[in-house]
Design a protein around this ligand. Structure first.
Ligand code: FE2
Length: 374
C-alpha cells in the first residue's frame, strides 16, 4: 500500500477524503544541524528551504524528502516567537501532521463545523509555480493538522520555499512513506481524542489495546488506532494506565511537558537492508533479548526472511489474520526521552505488532531505568 497514491474512489460518506500524509514538521532547536542529522543518519535528501534569504523574519525551515515522506525542520530565529516558546517547553517535537487533500477549504469547513478548533483559516499561497491552498485545525497537545491542497502547484514544495541544492547528499536508506503517527495523551484522554478523530475527522477506530494487552510486570498503557476511510492515514492514540511503576507514556508526558506525538512509523520494502544502513550511520535502536528469537517461528509461523539477520539486527516480527509485519523502534532521537521512530515492513499484516508489545516495553523499561525514570 502506498499512502501517497491518489485514491480513485472515495466512500460517499467520507466527508474528509485524504490522499495521505503530506509532510511532518518538527520544531527543533537547530534546524540546520537537525537537517544534517536526518540526511546523514536517515538518508533524507535536501528538497527546499525557507528563511531570512527567502524573506522569512522569524524562522528557518528545511524540507527533506525520501521517496514519499517529507520532513520539515523548523527553528525560531528569536526568543519572542511561538516556535521558541514551543521549543522551550517541549524540546524537539512534532508540531504539524500535514494531510494531503483535494480541497483544503472544504476540509476546514467540514472539520470546524463538527467541532474542530481552527488553527489556520483557509489560505491560498501563490508563486510562479501555481498555488497551494491550506488550512488547519488543532489536535492533541500543541500538535496541529494542516490540510494541504497542491493539485494546482508544480513547485518544489510550496510558495515561500526555494529549492535547496546541496553538495552533501548521502544515499537514501529505503524509507518510503509515513505508515502511522502515534500520539501520547494524558490520563483518561484517549477516548476524548478517539471521539475527536471519529466526529471531527470522520476516522474509525480499527483496533483497541487495553492495559491487559500492553502491560509488563511494571507498567501499562492503553491504545486505540484511528484510521481514515481509505486507511492511508492512521493515528494510534496512547494513554498511560496504572502499573506498579511509571509507564513509558507517563515518562513522555513528563519530559515533553504535555501531550504530543510519540513516534512516526516509516515504511520500508526491505527492513533488513534499511536497518543495517541506519545502524551503520549511527541510528540507535531498542534491543530485545536474543531469547526473543528462540521460539519466534513457533509464535509467528513461517516467514520469508532468514532468522539470522533479524536476530543480528534485533528486528521484531508479528502476525495477524492477514499476514505478518517486521518492525523495529529507534531510541528517542533527542535528549529528552520523547519522540522516536519506528521502521516497519508490512507483509500483509495491517496491525501494529501487538505480539511484540511485551518484549518491547521491557526493553523500553530497561532504558527508563537507566534514566532513573522507572
Ligand atoms: Fe507504531
Amino acid at each position: 500500500m502506498d499512502t501517497l497514491e491518489v485514491t480513485t474512489k472515495q466512500s460517499t460518506t467520507d466527508f474528509l477524503p485524504l490522499n495521505g500524509t503530506d509532510y511532518v514538521e518538527l520544531y527543533v532547536g537547530n534546524a540546520k544541524q537537525a537537517a544534517h542529522f536526518y540526511k546523514t543518519a536517515f538518508g533524507f535528501q535536501s528538497l527546499a528551504y525557507a528563511g531570512p534569504e527567502t524573506g522569512l523574519k522569524d524562522r528557518s525551515s528545511y524540507v527533506l524528502v525520501q521517496n514519499k515522506m517529507r520532513l520539515v525542520l523548523t527553528s525560531p530565529l528569536h526568543s519572542d516567537s511561538p516556535i521558541a516558546e514551543h521549543h522551550k517547553k517541549h524540546g524537539d517535537g512534532v508540531k504539524v501532521l500535514a494531510l494531503w487533500v483535494d480541497d483544503a477549504y472544504d476540509a476546514f469547513e467540514q472539520t470546524t463545523k463538527r467541532g474542530g478548533k481552527p488553527y489556520m483559516q483557509p489560505t491560498t499561497l501563490t508563486d510562479a509555480h501555481g498555488e497551494v491552498r491550506m488550512s488547519g485545525i488543532h489536535t492533541y497537545g500543541e500538535v496541529v493538522h494542516l490540510f494541504i491542497e497542491r493539485k494546482n502547484y508544480n513547485g518544489v514544495f510550496m510558495p515561500g520555499f526555494k529549492a535547496w541544492k546541496s553538495e552533501y547528499n548521502p544515499e537514501p536508506t529505503g524509507l518510503l512513506y509515513v505508515d502511522h503517527c502515534v500520539g501520547n495523551v494524558g490520563w483518561n484522554q484517549m477516548n476524548p481524542w478517539v471521539n475527536f478523530y471519529e466526529n471531527v475527522m470522520g476516522f474509525k477506530n480499527i483496533l483497541s489495546f487495553d492495559d491487559k494487552d500492553i502491560s509488563t510486570e511494571y507498567s501499562a498503557l492503553m491504545s486505540k488506532v484511528m484510521s481514515n476511510g481509505n486507511g492511508y492515514v492512521k493515528f494510534p492514540i496512547n494513554e498511560p494506565a496504572e502499573g506498579k511503576k511509571k509507564s513509558q507514556v507517563e515518562e513522555y508526558l513528563e519530559f515533553y511537558e504535555g501531550e504530543g506525538t510519540q513516534h512516526i512509523a516509516i515504511a520500508t520494502k526491505d527492513i533488513v537492508s534499511t536497518v543495517r544502513q541506519l545502524m551503520a550511520r549511527g541510528v540507535e535502536f531498542l534491543k530485545v533479548p536474543s531469547t526473543y528469537y528462540d521460539d519466534l517461528l513457533d509464535r509467528v509461523g513461517p516467514i520469508e526472511e532468514d532468522i539470522e539477520p533479524l536476530k543480528e539486527l534485533g528486528i521484531l516480527v508479528d502476525r495477524d489474520d492477514e499476514g505478518y509485519l517486521l518492525q523495529l523502534f529507534t531510541k528517542p532521537v533527542e535528549d529528552r526521552p520523547t519522540m522516536f521512530y519506528e521502521i516497519i515492513q508490512r507483509k500483509g499484516a495491517k496491525s501494529f505488532g501487538k505480539g511484540n508489545f511485551k518484549a518491547l516495553f521491557e526493553a523500553i523499561e530497561r532504558e527508563q531505568e537507566l534514566r532513573g525514570n522507572l
